[in-house]
Design a protein around this ligand. Structure first.
Ligand code: SF4
Length: 114
């Protein structure tokens, strides 16, 4: 290996090492400051997106005239879009990031669990 190639590789390594040293503490701080799922606010049925998707805290309240695709037994707890602790009463949802939905709830984005 020529000296110039060796120096170039060494500079690239030092640059990447410097970036890594700078990024790790920032990423760690971001993860520590991210609220735990249980600390996230619950989605309101009055939230505009929730209303647009017909979200309700209790699937028994689904307006089946408005959502004929709804079938009894469809719940947030068995939707493929829930995230986090799947056994909790309030769970995360990929459609409503940063908010918790009720495990017994439903919205028109419901997708069967795979
Ligand atoms: S996408 Fe699924 S988990 Fe999220 S609110 Fe709708 S039914 Fe519930």
């Amino acid at each position: 290996m020529k000296q110039a190639e060796h120096d170039q590789g060494r500079r690239r390594f030092l640059r990447l090492a410097g970036i890594s040293v700078a990024v790790v503490p920032v990423a760690g701080a971001a993860l520590r400051s991210a609220p735990a799922a249980a600390d996230q606010p619950r989605l309101s049925e009055d939230d505009p997106t929730a209303q647009a998707l017909g979200y309700v805290h209790d699937a028994a309240d689904v307006d089946s005239d408005r959502y004929p695709r709804f079938e009894e037994g469809q719940l947030c707890s068995n939707c493929n879009l829930i995230t986090g602790d799947k056994d909790a009463e309030w769970v995360g949802c990929g459609i409503f990031p940063g908010k918790l939905v009720n495990a017994n709830g439903w919205c028109s984005a419901w997708v069967p669990k795979r």
